[in-house]
Design a protein around this ligand. Structure first.
Ligand code: LLP
Length: 436
């Protein structure tokens, strides 16, 4: 029996439904693979995050990390919710502005920013979150040249293990991200002396898919000790402290997770104590959740094309692969698989779900006990809303899939499936190669 969640249920026809929309009928109307997102769930998760910190702390903003999923329809949903956005590239800046997010609600993080990116961010007026003192020097030069003021914060490397996958750890002392404590005050001092910089905040992001509060507790205490030193040594009061994203979601049933409320309960007392200890002006808190907001709102649907038994294993071959959902292959990530046209059927056998990419590593799910699967069955990969479509590629020369949004309005296409012309878009063939 599939255990229903608030937004994923089994409908009276016995099919899996997302936000009340029958997913089997949906793929009959569209093509597979297909990404589907539940609008209401996105709104609900955003509100859950914001309300938890409003309850325990007060002044809080949620800046959605749009690297998780930057489809314009999703950005518009979050704009309607009055979210801010955390961006890391000019492309994300372009998309968020297009979705009507105001520059004061945008923070530009990201490492190795180019001069061109810094200049663009400066001209648009977003907060620039500096990742190195080198970036600071370059920004100072650009502001002096352009005679424009920049709002800046600094990303601290708090040297904390988030106890997650190594690729998802960003605040370790060896990480490439952030500025280490030994030089961060030099950065603030230099920024204070710079003619065109307004110092507005401080930032950290320790990692992703974090399932314990303890790494946040340690990192938050460190961050606020730095805020205390910035005030005591340099006389700078910060407007905001941005604690990044990273709150994990329940990919696997009964796995350990934390809720925003758990996090608020764990870190707000630490913050309040530090505010008292250093007599700080209460800063606004910013969080940058990505996965928490869109992760479980999305499902990737794929159709079974081949069933193949070898002497060693049974493979269920589908019309998707790591070019569509990369996470299982690069992070050994687990995504629950439900047979959408028979979610309540009893699991019978252990199978691997094989993708159609011509690489032996392209297994989307390993050793899963599932009902007997046949050609034509529809597999739903749950929790694919974050870092799903956005990490898809055209590898093996397959056009990228469509995306659909479900809501009370029914199902609406929010990205058309690519066609073969998308495979040749922007390609040029030198004339001489066209000759016989
Ligand atoms: N803020 C910053 C500065 C970040 O680098 C990230 C994620 C976030 C916020 C949002 O983190 P979240 O709340 O989504 O955990 N592709 C990987 C995840 C990479 C995350 C990169 N940074 C995956 O599929 O798990």
């Amino acid at each position: 029996m599939f255990e229903s969640k608030s937004h994923i249920t089994v409908n009276p026809q016995g099919n899996l439904a997302l936000g009340g929309v029958d997913l089997v009928k949906l793929v009959d109307r569209h093509s597979t693979p297909l990404y589907v997102y539940d609008e209401q769930r996105i709104r609900q998760r955003y509100r859950e995050f914001k309300e938890a910190f409003e309850k325990y702390y007060g002044d809080v903003e949620v800046f959605y990390a749009c690297k998780a999923n930057s489809n314009l329809a999703i950005l518009h949903i979050l704009r309607q919710e009055e979210a801010g956005v955390d961006i890391l590239s000019e492309g994300e800046l372009y998309l968020t502005l297009l979705a009507g997010i105001r520059p004061e609600k945008i923070i530009f993080t990201g490492n190795n920013k180019t001069d061109k990116e810094l200049e663009k961010a400066l001209k648009v007026g977003v907060t620039i979150n500096l990742d190195s003192l080198h970036e600071l020097d370059r920004l100072i030069r650009i502001t002096e040249r352009e005679k424009l003021r920049a709002k800046v914060s600094f990303r601290v490397n708090p040297e904390v293990s988030p106890e997650t996958h190594p690729y998802l750890s960003t605040g370790l002392k060896e990480s490439k991200f952030g500025i280490h404590e030994n030089v961060i005050l030099d950065g603030y001092k230099k920024a204070k002396e710079a003619e065109f910089l307004d110092i507005v905040g401080i930032h950290m992001h320790i990692g992703s898919q974090i399932t314990k509060t303890s790494p946040y507790e340690v990192a938050t205490a460190r961050l606020f000790d730095i805020i205390g030193r910035i005030k005591n040594n340099l006389g700078i009061e910060l407007e905001f402290a941005d604690l990044g994203g990273g709150v994990g979601i329940e990919y696997k049933e009964a796995q350990e997770i934390i809720t925003p409320e758990d996090l608020a309960k764990a870190i707000v007392p630490i913050i309040n104590e530090k505010i008292k200890e250093y007599s700080l002006k209460k800063p606004e808190l910013i969080f940058e959740p990505g996965r928490f907001i869109v992760g479980d709102a999305g499902i990737m649907l794929t159709r079974v094309s081949t069933v193949k038994s070898t002497p060693y294993k049974k493979f269920i071959g589908c019309d998707s692969g790591f070019h569509v959902l990369l996470r299982p292959v690069i992070y050994s990530a687990y995504h629950e698989v439900i047979v959408a046209n028979k979610p309540d059927e009893k699991p019978q056998e252990i199978v691997d779900i094989a993708g159609n990419v011509c690489e032996s590593g392209d297994i989307l799910a390993r050793d899963r006990k599932l009902p007997t699967i046949e050609k034509g069955d529809v597999l739903a990969f749950l929790d694919s809303g974050a870092y799903g479509f956005i990490m898809a590629s055209q590898y093996n020369s397959r056009p990228r899939p469509a995306e659909v949004l479900v809501s009370q309005e029914g199902a609406e296409l929010i990205r058309q499936v690519e066609d073969f012309s998308s495979l040749i878009e922007k390609q040029l063939i030198p004339e001489r190669l066209m000759k016989e």
